[in-house]
Design a protein. Structure first.
Length: 405
């Protein structure tokens, strides 16, 4: 039975909240890292090991979470695991030493893996019910949640709270919020609330290995292009452009603000252009942005670099959401979405190291050519992959009528 429009809107609002809450928890953890470092005396190497462990455990968990969601539905996966996954943020907050912190980080990584797969796969299912693009805005809400966590942490530190109190408070608030936001979520299209014996969406189509491999590369490439800005924009401003210490951090701020705005606006863009032309535009915008950044060292300086980061952010914003959306439009399963989540985590693991090692041996200008080339790769490979994915006979199922606001 097709849910009424009010039920669908409640589910959409709930998923908006789940994305924002997930971003808030990730942002609270990132903002607390200096305090955790000071409290436990970690140093860069041990802190880096902790962060790497979270990514590796999360990556492994995503493969399992996709299979579980195939069987029990993404709705049940989120209802059963998402609130508990937010609560485990308390674990690193109370860790008494480095060995305990590693164990807590692994537990937190498991939570990250379940939530990332659950919310992304459910967004695909909900978009299929709506019959029009809605996924990009979810990712925009995730970014806003992360920004809110930074503001929350800053305010709490200003009021004299320590990192432990802040993390525990964030964990408790996020657990309650996630429990509330996951309640109105819906079973996959074609199932009633009982879900039956299988959580795989009705009409789910098998996507071939070659296409899945191409989609994985697109997800990996999109994340690597994004990580070039996330990890190196401020460093480029400070070390290559010799920007003032007060201005250099604004490079990432410019990128992040533009990317968030375009994620919130990305659904109408994809509805108008289609997934293939959207990826072509996104890749071209990212390439043009990186070219401006690369040339800013010889002419234009910080103003040109900021223009480049803004242009790159506008294109990068829609790359990964378009891939998720296309898999859903093709009838992909939660385990297919899990593979895309894994590609994103792999990109976050590889990106900083790939650019960093190349920059160490040459220069950061050369290192930033990596995401620029990958953006061009997205512009060329993306449209062809989208057409191959969506023009398959197995993907030609009737779409739900578009639900108006």
């Amino acid at each position: 039975m097709t849910p009424d429009p009010l039920t669908l809107r409640r589910a959409r609002i709930g998923l908006h909240g789940a994305f924002a809450t997930s971003g808030f928890v990730m942002g609270a953890w990132a903002a607390s890292l200096p305090g955790v470092d000071d409290r436990l005396g970690l140093g860069e190497a041990r802190l880096g090991t902790t962060l790497l462990l979270i990514q590796l455990v999360g990556l492994a968990t995503m493969a399992v979470a996709g299979r579980i969601a195939d069987r029990i539905t993404t709705r049940r996966l989120l209802i059963w695991t998402a609130p508990a996954s937010q609560l485990v943020l308390i674990a690193p907050a109370i860790a008494p030493g480095y060995p305990a912190l590693l164990a807590c980080a692994a537990l937190y990584g498991v939570g990250v893996g379940f939530v990332e797969v659950g919310i992304n796969a459910h967004s695909v299912e909900l978009e299929r019910r709506y019959g029009r693009p809605i996924i990009s805005a979810f990712h925009g809400l995730w970014s806003l949640g992360g920004a809110a966590a930074g503001v929350f942490t800053s305010l709490c530190l200003g009021l004299g709270f320590g990192d432990q109190a802040i993390l525990i408070t964030a964990a408790v608030l996020s657990t309650v919020a996630m429990a509330a936001f996951t309640r109105p979520l819906l079973p996959p299209p074609g199932q009633d609330a009982s879900g039956g014996s299988s959580g795989t969406p009705a009409g789910a189509a098998k996507i071939g290995t070659v296409l899945l491999g191409a989609l994985f590369l697109l997800g990996l490439g999109g994340t690597l292009v994004e990580s070039g800005a996330m990890d190196w924009a401020n460093f480029h401003a400070a070390n290559v452009l010799d920007a003032d210490a007060a201005l250099a951090p604004l490079s990432f701020t410019v990128f992040a603000c533009v990317m968030t705005v375009f994620r919130l606006l990305g659904d109408p863009i994809r509805a108008k252009l289609g997934p293939d032309r959207t990826l072509l535009w996104a890749g071209a915008a990212a390439v043009a942005g990186y070219i401006l950044v690369l040339f800013s060292a010889t002419a234009g300086g910080l103003a040109l670099a900021w223009t480049g980061w803004a242009l790159a952010g506008s294109g990068i914003a829609v790359m990964v959401p378009v891939v998720f959306s296309a898999i859903g439009e093709a009838g992909g399963s939660p385990s297919n979405i899990a593979l895309m989540s894994m590609s994103g985590s792999a990109g976050l693991l590889l990106g900083p190291a790939a650019i960093g090692y190349l920059a160490e041996g040459t220069s950061l200008t050369i290192g930033l050519m990596v995401p620029a080339v990958l953006a061009a790769f997205m512009a060329f490979l993306g449209p062809a992959t989208m057409r191959s994915l969506l023009n398959r006979p197995a993907a030609a199922e009737p779409k739900a009528p578009a639900l108006a606001e």
